[in-house]
Design a protein around this ligand. Structure first.
Ligand code: ADP
Ligand code: NI
Length: 215
């Protein structure tokens, strides 16, 4: 299946983004998810590669934090999926997994994703960890007028989507409030293994950051 229409659409929608959700994030999620799936699964389910790649590219074009008119975005995505050759059932699966993937969507209710969707979710979470995760967190923090760090502001527990979207805390706090916890929430063996490695790298960064701060 030729995914060029999908890739071009993701490029068009996400190219402007400077909050860490640009086209290259989508591309990494698509490619990482497919790689992790192949690492774990000896027998590849039929038609799963285009489902994983399409969802990886499209997931943030259907996210309410980036897209104001979700209904129109959904219609556009459906048209593109149809033109690409996805059956109606697959189109629905791609839309549904994209919309139930995010951390925010899963704060109060844990959505059960199909196995292939769990790889896309793990890849999305992995992109919030490691060196790239650090870069994305500070990009997001700057874009949302959030301080890098303030030792007088305590960490908070994020329990619902509204609270999560307030951006009231600092970016260093965000590592403790969310990012380090992601490593415990992986769905898949390959995702879990890579998450542990990336989490360790982040912890080293935090140790160094706080040592410099307290020098
Ligand atoms: P999800 O889509 O899974 O709900 P987000 O899109 O909100 O998660 O988070 C994705 C990226 O944005 C991550 O790299 C994350 O670190 C960053 N991010 C989200 N909220 C914050 C925040 N308050 N401070 C710093 N980075 C954030
Ligand atoms: Ni994403």
């Amino acid at each position: 299946m030729d995914l060029q229409l999908i890739i071009s659409y993701a490029q068009k929608i996400l190219h402007f983004d400077s909050s860490g959700h640009d086209f290259y994030h989508a591309q990494r999620v698509a490619n990482t998810a497919w790689q992790l799936y192949q690492q774990d699964q000896v027998a590849v389910e039929q038609n799963v590669e285009p489902l994983i790649l399409a969802t990886g590219y499209l997931h943030d074009t259907l996210d309410d934090k980036l897209i104001s008119d979700l209904a129109t975005a959904q219609e556009q995505v459906q048209i593109i999926l149809q033109k690409t050759g996805f059956a109606t059932k697959q189109q629905k699966q791609i839309l549904s997994v994209s919309q139930h993937l995010s951390y925010a969507a899963n704060l109060q209710h844990h959505w059960k994703l199909p196995l292939w969707g769990q790889y896309v979710q793990d890849a999305d979470r992995l992109d919030a960890l490691g060196a790239i995760g650090i870069a994305r967190a500070f990009a997001y923090g700057g874009k949302n007028s959030q301080a890098i760090y303030d030792p007088t502001i305590p960490c908070q527990k994020l329990t619902n989507k509204k609270q999560y979207r307030k951006h009231s805390t600092t970016t260093i706090n965000h590592f403790y409030e969310k990012l380090l916890l992601l490593a415990y929430q992986m769905n898949t063996p390959a995702g879990l293994k890579l998450a542990q490695k990336r989490k360790q790298y982040m912890q080293q960064f935090l140790t160094e950051f706080l040592a410099e701060w307290n020098f």
